[in-house]
Design a protein around this ligand. Structure first.
Ligand SMILES: Cc1cc2nc3c(=O)[nH]c(=O)nc-3n(C[C@H](O)[C@H](O)[C@H](O)COP(=O)(O)OP(=O)(O)OC[C@H]3O[C@@H](n4cnc5c(N)ncnc54)[C@H](O)[C@@H]3O)c2cc1C
Length: 425
């Protein structure tokens, strides 16, 4: 890859919310922007539950990193190590067909935003038997698995007990990610699957398991209780203080209930640092999820007593936090930081010390509960249809292009008017 002599190479590790937002906003006349990531597409994570449950096509929940006419370069590779002294990244390119290639990539400036990975908390069988919901590919796999189980349960030789097990969907994790999937799934069962698979309607069930004493812990107690009651009223089993001992093929095993049959298990709980961040020689948080601890200008510092700033190196997204702030691991924080950094780097002030510091603006926390109901925390506490409307319009605004918004609006309208084209898409 040829280096443009006139523009410094601005490397971005990661093509998620942090990396993709920054790459879109950085001035490519000023910087030679290069995104390094194993993912060729960026997923609109707030739209994944809807895509998984057939509300719209998967292509609307993902965006290609390579855009026609864009000057942003893309290198499909995983970064394993960063040498701050020589300004080089240790990379591996790997795909399903070709052999692995290792190479070094030189940069002038760097942003580290590789997100996190799934935390199994050491639970045996999660990787082998549970699904996750982190990108558009996972959403597609979920839908295919669900339909596989519906078809298997429809076979004439299947007895009722086996059928109930095949059609039991268990979501581990009672936070917004898990519950939005539960909400969309229960809508799909109520509105579509009952018509396509009427013979199975009585056999389909959904359960949520969480080790905490309640679900929706990011909301205040009143809203969490409201959400729990609403979900239970719609026959969704909520198991709090549930300790998962292992996941097996076709079942989970909990300390409280023993073996519980399940046709689909989704692991939607906890983030873990990726090895690059775990091994990085930079200052990090001391408690909880290991994250790079940056200055309020998002600069990475050395892990020494002086906390010297590593010049030209920044970190954001789930893999980083601001010293003294403890910000949540959300797309909201990642995009606000990326937008801030792009505006500072594109501006006339070269010295970060002279920049205004990053300030996070807390937006309302919204979660969908299904059946046109939801909860909004944060600034105001709302429930019901207004929360649902806020959630729907909010998810729409996550997407970057107007054409995508129009397409999503169109599919929502068709869904209301004639129902989802669920089996075909
Ligand atoms: C289903 C779901 C729904 C969500 N809904 C919301 C919501 O409604 N609102 C909200 O604010 N947040 C939401 N979130 C959280 C939000 O998606 C994350 O906080 C956000 O993705 C973090 O952005 P990031 O750029 O740090 O990491 P990510 O978006 O995870 O991106 C990380 C990128 O780095 C790449 N990468 C990883 N390791 C390496 C490596 N070693 N080298 C190079 N590249 C690497 C990955 O392939 C990926 O492209 C949701 C998350 C999920 C899973």
């Amino acid at each position: 890859m040829l280096k443009d002599q006139n523009r410094p190479v601005f490397a971005i590790i990661g093509s998620g919310w942090g990396g993709s937002t920054l790459a879109r906003l950085l001035d490519t006349a000023k910087y030679d922007v290069v995104v390094l990531s194993p993912d060729m597409t960026f997923s609109y994570t707030p739209l994944l539950a809807s895509a998984a449950c057939g509300l719209f096509d998967f292509s609307l929940a993902a965006e290609s990193i390579r855009q026609p006419g864009s000057r942003v370069r893309f290198v499909r590779a995983t970064v394993h190590d960063i040498d701050f002294a020589s300004k080089q990244l240790n990379c591996t390119a790997q795909d399903e067909i070709n052999s692995e290639i290792k190479f070094l990539f030189s940069f002038d400036q760097l942003v580290i935003t590789p997100g996190t990975t799934v935390n199994t908390f050491g639970t045996p069988g999660v990787h082998e038997h549970a699904m996750v919901m982190r990108n558009a590919h996972d959403a597609l796999k979920f839908r295919l698995r669900l339909f596989d189980q519906l078809e298997r349960a429809s076979l004439p030789c299947i007895d009722d007990e086996t059928r109930n097990g095949l059609l039991h969907v268990i979501v581990v994790g009672g936070g917004p990610t898990g519950l939005e999937l539960v909400a969309e799934l229960s809508d799909m069962i109520r509105c579509q699957l009952n018509k396509i698979f009427p013979h199975l309607y009585e056999n389909i069930s959904i359960s949520v398991h969480d080790v905490a004493g309640s679900i929706l812990t990011s909301f205040d107690e009143k809203l969490a209780e409201y959400g729990t009651a609403k979900l239970r009223a719609r026959n969704i089993e909520i198991h709090t203080s549930s300790h998962i001992e292992k996941i097996e093929a076709g079942a989970i095993v909990t300390k409280e209930l023993g073996r519980v049959n399940a046709g689909v298990v989704v692991w939607a709980t906890g983030n873990k640092a990726i090895p690059l961040i775990e091994d990085l020689k930079a200052r990090k948080t001391e408690k909880g999820l290991p994250r790079i601890l940056t200055t309020d200008r998002l600069q990475v510092t050395r892990d020494d007593e002086e906390r010297t700033i590593i010049e030209g190196v920044y970190a954001l997204g789930d893999a980083a936090d601001v010293d003294g702030a403890t910000l949540p691991t959300t797309a909201e924080v990642a995009t606000q930081k990326a937008t801030y950094l792009a505006s500072m780097l594109n501006g006339k002030i070269a010295e970060p010390e002279a920049w205004s510091p990053f300030q996070y603006k807390q937006r309302a926390l919204v979660t969908y509960l299904g059946n046109h109901d939801g909860v909004i925390g944060g600034r105001e506490d709302w429930t019901g249809a207004s929360a649902w409307l806020a959630w729907r319009s909010g998810t729409l605004m996550w997407t970057w292009s107007w054409s995508r918004r129009v397409k999503i609006l169109f599919t929502w309208t068709m869904d209301r008017l004639v129902g989802r084209d669920i089996v075909q898409n």
